[in-house]
Design a protein around this ligand. Structure first.
Ligand code: TXE
Length: 526
């Protein structure tokens, strides 16, 4: 929940509320487009100093920021809980712990990942040449996150960008501006140079102003529709973008799976963060022989879950982040009902609570032709469909515009890996679910409409640098055979290069040596 009020003629202030209680969490002024441009300009100035720091200096800053987060862990978790509605224990488990792990990993590893490296250049090496790849930072990285993981996603991306030598401007979601400001405070307390990490505030207009201010990279997390707008706007300045968009992630449970475990995973995968994770289980496909038993286990486990305000330790399911999001869930559940699916448990707002609470909902009889099996729900719903064969399960899972994550449950690991390889998704787990965003070492991103580019892992760090190829000819005594002027001898040599040298075979290339000498002698006479 957030509302915008006019302060003065041209300054707007946004009020952030706790979605579980309606109590105000804080207020922020919307950063104007001019101030966004000024922030990006300041950021670029700071970048020119920061890019010259050593990895040791960058590591010291990130490790100090980690210490600040650790020392304020409970306070930060309560703030995340207050602004997003999630249980504060979940804020520790799903935001603070993973981002602390990611920060230590990149603080220690970035130098090794970005070390200049020699690469093999095949037969060119026989001509005395070698190639080295050096990684340069990009400049200003603009981070535009969503509200569902308002702390860990922008903080993790900022830490990676800084380790790569960039400066950062963060535009938090308008639903979670205060936690966004907290990230700026963490870096300030860690002693970050002025303007190295700046946090600006506001809604989509501020986000659009950040894109227009021509940073050198945009890291975006949010909806497909906004991702497309950002990609289009960024194209004007040729700013490259990483888009982490939504998902409709399938979970496939084969009849040989450990059903007790699969049921627990389905409940957590569908309902943690009130279902507002891009990698939430949004579709469960159960093999026909076990569907009934699995559904019963899931419904029994769902019945045990407590829903309430995020400050209570025994609460598993908190509030949804906004009325708008809750309405999408209501709309999807109604659609399921009308299409003939059965609501096994839940299916309505939690009337016993005042805030934005939707009961965890298990639905059976779902089929892929129902609209909410195709659109992202982003709420605490778990629709269950059935399948007969492995091929059918793969086809059902792939029948989606999205492809972020998926999971396969079976005791037959060969089958698990075989099916995983056929699923069109950026991450596929066998006998695990949802949590791989928490493994900072591995790339994160989607196939199809789930995104472009990667965050996390080596691949994610590579998004934040530009590779430079340095090519050296150590025997710079002779002209190259392909230089000008051309002649009949030249063309004959080029034929030889195409048929022999370009075959990659040293033996074939050796037979070309007389022709090469002929050509080089010709060039030297000119
Ligand atoms: O996202 P938006 P919303 C999905 C989920 C949800 C839907 C809408 O299905 O129902 O997206 O959520 C900023 N230029 N996901 O409205 O609009 C905006 O201020 C630049 C999936 O929250 O995409 C915010 O900071 N920035 C997802 C951020 O973009 C703009 C997580 C996200 O807002 C902008 C959240 C513009 N033109 C929702 N317009 C996931 N991948 O996990 C808005 N913004």
């Amino acid at each position: 929940m957030a509302s915008v009020i006019k302060l003065e003629s041209n300054v707007e202030e946004s009020i952030s509320y706790n979605p579980a209680t309606g109590v105000e969490v804080g207020r922020v002024a919307q950063t104007s487009a001019e101030d966004v441009q000024a922030a990006v300009d300041r950021s670029r100035e700071t970048f020119h100093k920061w890019k010259n720091t050593t990895f040791r200096e960058r590591r010291a800053l990130i490790m100090k920021a980690r210490e600040v987060v650790l020392s304020e862990m409970d306070e930060i978790a309560h703030l995340i809980s207050a602004e997003s509605g999630k249980p504060f224990g979940e804020a520790i488990a799903m935001e603070i712990a993973p981002v602390l792990d990611l920060m230590q990993y990149f603080a220690r590893r970035a130098e090794r990942i970005l070390k200049p490296r020699r690469i093999g250049i095949g037969l060119y090496a026989t001509m005395g040449r070698y190639s080295k790849i050096v990684y340069h930072p990009l400049g200003v990285v603009g981070i535009i996150p969503a509200w569902n993981y308002p702390f860990s996603i922008p903080l993790g991306e900022a830490a990676m960008a800084l380790m790569a030598g960039n400066s950062v401007v963060i535009k938090p979601s308008e639903l979670t501006p205060i936690i966004g400001l907290k990230i700026g405070e963490v870096f300030a307390k860690a002693g970050a140079p002025e303007n190295l990490v700046q946090v600006i505030s506001g809604d989509g207009r501020t986000g659009a102003a950040l894109v227009d201010a021509a940073p050198d990279k945009i890291m975006f997390t949010g909806s497909v529709a906004t991702g497309k707008k950002i990609a289009a706007a960024a194209a004007k300045n040729l700013t490259s973008v990483v888009l982490e968009l939504g998902g409709k992630d399938p979970m496939i449970v084969f009849d040989d799976a450990n059903l007790e475990l699969a049921a627990g995973a389905a409940v957590w995968g569908a309902f943690c963060n009130a279902g507002q994770s891009c990698s939430s289980v949004e579709r469960l496909y159960a093999q026909e022989g076990v569907a009934e038993k699995l559904t019963k286990l899931i419904v029994d486990k769902t019945r045990e879950l407590k829903q309430g305000t995020g400050d209570r330790e025994d609460v598993s399911i908190g509030a949804m982040s906004s009325e708008r999001q809750l309405k999408i869930v209501e709309d999807h559940v109604n659609d399921f009902r009308e299409a003939g699916a059965t609501i096994e448990i839940g299916g309505k707002r939690n009337e016993a609570l005042d805030g934005l609470f939707y009961e965890p909902t298990v639905i059976t009889g779902a089929t892929n032709d129902m609209r909410p099996m195709q659109e992202e729900t982003f709420g605490p719903t778990l629709p269950i469909a059935t399948f007969k064969t492995e091929e059918e399960a793969i086809a059902l899972a792939n029948d989606s515009e999205f492809g972020l994550t998926a999971s396969v449950w079976t005791r037959d690991y060969a089958k698990g890996k075989r099916v995983a390889g056929k699923i069109e998704a950026g991450s596929v787990c066998v006998n695990e679910v949802l949590y791989t965003h928490g493994i900072g070492q591995t790339p994160w991103g989607g196939f199809k409409n789930s995104g472009r580019g990667r965050t996390h892992g080596r691949e994610g760090l590579m998004e934040l640098v530009q590779p430079q190829h340095i090519h050296v000819n150590r025997f710079a005594l002779l002209p190259d055979a392909w230089w000008m002027p051309y002649s009949a001898t030249a063309v004959e040599t080029f034929r030889g290069i195409a048929t022999k040298f370009a075959s990659g075979s040293l033996a074939k290339t050796t037979t070309l040596i007389p022709q090469l000498w002929k050509r080089i002698r010709e060039l030297r006479k000119k």
